[in-house]
Design a protein around this ligand. Structure first.
Ligand code: SAH
Ligand code: SF4
Ligand code: F3S
Length: 467
């Protein structure tokens, strides 16, 4: 069942190992996208190469998310589908190693093995560097391998330094992981563990390699990325503002983003960085969750609605063209109609360029899941509809106001129509232009001329000038 004897199909790859297909399915946040890339990097020396169809894969990894109920359920339905793939391949004499990684693996490892005994490896987010050893153990053992402890050593010290650099000029780079905030509703502190920051030197090295491979935009990732406090090369602890300054100045990263920030960790130095550092993109994801002080306190967010408004005002003073996105939860236990109206008012007061919004979903083991006063589903539905309508209105207005503007676009790939290329504006809006493939991976000036439902149409300024 778990035998890893070389498979008949394969050709030989650079490392001299037999080539094997690896198919990774990723759910959840950007950190999971980053982790999936790194798991692929870890397995490459064993001969694994990415394939886009599970039925051609000798190993399939599901990198999962546990943030809301439906996210976890999707994993089990996908596993049901993959079981058939695995059985069909077995009938053709091909083995398939099926691994479940990520936050569902961390939170529900034993349940996965009980509900899906055909899974070979269950591994939590802190154990990815040990994948080769787990694959070998799965090959030797008759039963499944489960690794969900939080080892003391930092996985980053053991991940291979070489990364396959994504095409298109943009990359993620994890600088901090875990969370000590324990918001009442959230599983992340339980699935990702305590907050830990990578040392500055390791981050700079990784960024240097990305830039050398043509990366122009780096998004720094962390569950609480602005709580970053890494060991600096000078023996002091560095915060995020100092790190971004160095990444722009020393490493030459042209565009820097960071996500996700907590309002509580947005200190004066970081606010000032938005004024002083042109490499910082004028778009910030700053989750607020609710506009009601009562709900914010019940959520254990550690700030009031007014403190959030004041923080946004300071940020906008520092960088007047800054636009904001946010996360909202409706129907947290105890949320009344009045609390909800306060959230609507906060949205009207601030004005968001973009936002994610969710119905509260009870997560086992979190304090809010045991709270009384759960809000009925139909009330949550009605609130979410109103909230999303308002946010959509604001997003449409923001995008409409882009028409007529000249912006720098990082072209990340081909567009849908022939001759088209597409990219993203400083505000992460999708932009399409007629242009040559040679611009993919480059930043170019674009005049925005048209508003589509979910994107913007533009013209390269070189061409406008010629007209
Ligand atoms: N600080 C984190 C937040 C992760 S969770 C980060 O790095 O992104 C992303 C968003 O999911 C949260 O901001 C919150 O709005 C939402 N969320 C988290 N737990 C939830 C739950 N139990 N029900 C509904 N939404 C939830
Ligand atoms: Fe979850 Fe709150 Fe931590 Fe964000 S800050 S990861 S919402 S506990
Ligand atoms: Fe989901 Fe885990 Fe990210 S629960 S949002 S994949 S940290």
């Amino acid at each position: 069942m778990n035998d890893m004897t070389p498979l008949p199909c394969a050709s030989t790859v650079r490392s001299g190992k037999q080539a094997r297909g690896l198919h990774v399915i990723t759910w959840g946040c950007q950190m999971n996208v980053y982790d999936s890339e790194r798991m692929t990097d870890v397995l490459r020396p064993l001969g694994y190469e990415a394939v886009d169809a599970p039925d051609r894969a000798d190993m399939i990894i599901l990198n999962t998310c546990h943030i809301r109920d439906r996210a976890a359920e999707k994993v089990f339905s996908e596993l049901g589908r993959l079981r058939l793939v695995k059985e069909a391949r077995a009938q053709a004499g091909q083995q398939t190693v099926l691994a479940v990684a990520g936050c569902v693996a961390q939170a529900e490892g034993r349940e996965i093995l009980a509900r899906a005994p055909y899974v070979d490896i269950v591994l939590g987010p802190q154990t990815y560097h040990r994948l080769p050893e787990m694959v070998a153990r799965a090959a030797r053992a008759a039963g499944a391998v489960i690794e969900t402890d939080f080892p003391v050593e930092q996985k980053f010290d053991f991940l291979p330094p070489e990364r396959e650099v994504p095409a298109g000029g943009a990359a993620f780079l994890t600088i901090q992981e875990g969370c000590d905030k324990f918001c009442s509703f959230c599983v992340v502190p339980y699935t990702r563990g305590a907050e830990a920051s990578r040392p500055v030197a390791a981050i700079m090295d990784e960024a240097r390699r990305l830039v050398a491979h043509g990366v122009r935009e780096i998004t720094l990732l962390g569950q609480n990325v602005n709580a970053y406090h890494g060991d600096g090369p000078d023996g002091t602890t560095w915060g995020l503002a100092r790190l971004t300054a160095e990444l722009a100045g020393q490493v030459g990263v042209e565009r820097i983003r960071y996500t996700t920030s907590h309002p509580r960790d947005m200190d004066d130095g970081l606010v000032a960085a938005h004024r002083e550092q042109p490499a910082l993109m004028p778009f910030l994801h700053l989750p607020v969750q609710s506009g009601s002080d009562r709900v914010l306190a019940a959520m254990n967010r550690g700030h009031t609605a007014q403190e959030y408004r004041d923080l946004v005002a300071r940020l906008r003073t520092a960088r007047p063209d800054l636009a904001l996105s946010s996360d909202f939860i409706v129907g947290h236990p105890g949320e009344t109609d009045e609390d909800f109206e306060q959230t609507m008012q906060l949205i009207r007061d601030i004005g968001f360029a973009q936002a994610y919004s969710f119905k509260y979903s009870p997560r086992p083991g979190t304090p809010a899941s045991n709270a009384g006063a759960q809000v009925p589903e139909d009330v949550k539905d009605a609130r979410l509809q109103r909230l999303q309508a308002l946010l959509r209105e604001q997003q449409d207005a923001f995008n409409a106001a882009s028409v007529g503007q000249r912006v720098d676009v990082l072209f990340t790939g081909r567009g849908r129509k022939p001759g088209q290329i597409s990219g993203k504006s400083p505000y992460l809006q999708a932009v399409h232009v007629e242009g040559p493939d040679s611009l993919i991976g480059q930043v170019a000036e674009v005049d925005i001329v048209k508003l589509h439902t979910n994107s913007l149409g533009g013209v390269l300024t070189g061409e406008t000038d010629r007209v």
